[in-house]
Design a protein around this ligand. Sequence first.
Ligand SMILES: NC(=O)c1ccc[n+]([C@@H]2O[C@H](COP(=O)([O-])OP(=O)(O)OC[C@H]3O[C@@H](n4cnc5c(N)ncnc54)[C@H](OP(=O)(O)O)[C@@H]3O)[C@@H](O)[C@H]2O)c1
Length: 257
Amino acid sequence: MAGKLAHKVALVSGASRGIGRATALALAREGAAFIGLHYGNNADAARATVREIEQLGAKVVAIQSDLHNGRDAAYELWHRFQDAAVAATGEAGLDILVNNAGIAPAVALSETSESLFDEVMAVNLKAPFFLIQAASAHIRERGRIINVSTGFTRLAAPTHPAYAASKGALETLTLALAPAFGPRGITVNAVMPGVTQTDMNAEWLAHTEARDSAEAMSVFSRLGQPKDIADVITFLASDEARWITGQTIDATGGARL
Ligand SMILES: NC(=O)c1ccc[n+]([C@@H]2O[C@H](COP(=O)([O-])OP(=O)(O)OC[C@H]3O[C@@H](n4cnc5c(N)ncnc54)[C@H](OP(=O)(O)O)[C@@H]3O)[C@@H](O)[C@H]2O)c1
């Protein structure tokens, strides 16, 4: 299929719903040939997204893995993706890795248990770290690693301290890894969404007051949509973004500028 990402092989974590789903669809629309669609517990949502991707002409495999299990889950996800990629394309190479799966519990410092802290770090930081490690040798020349962060690394978020800290570390990891991948023409970047209308914050946004204040955060006076973020990720995945690496791209709709 023609497009900016023709013939590319991609793996998107947390692609059953929300920003990950929109990203997998955007990659398929740009011609990606094979997409690994990772999900956690929601097999129905994953199946529905698989069907949408197939309708766009891309090959796709859904892979379940609970990233709460950190390194082991990341390696298992990678090996299952690799097997599926070999079966579908004849090769184990990867062009685009999007670390998108995440959890964002609104739990204040005083209420944060050690187990909740560990879970947030495992899903949001440890799993991306080890998924990059597992995939590293197989990412092809001019490949892309894209980590999904949050605007809460730029704006103080006392409501989400563990979450904000996990994503701050993910951005630092992005910077730290960029030089190591440079010699192969591989870029490593992060995207920082603002409030985006997904299941993650549906309950909160159901309250008119919360929704109004979330809309007012952006200079465009609206909520972000998953496609707003997916389009930025797709740009970073394309050859047009070959000269950008080690960066965190603000995709908050100009939140609180
Ligand atoms: N929505 C926002 O306002 C916003 C703002 C800033 C940053 N972000 C970031 O954007 C990313 C995507 O968020 P979203 O709003 O699209 O979230 P979402 O709609 O809640 O979707 C989350 C995705 O991550 C997967 N996931 C969650 N926990 C998992 C686990 N333990 N193991 C494996 N997979 C797991 C889910 O799988 P299942 O469907 O199988 O459960 C789902 O595919 C996250 O990293 C989030 O921090 C979101």
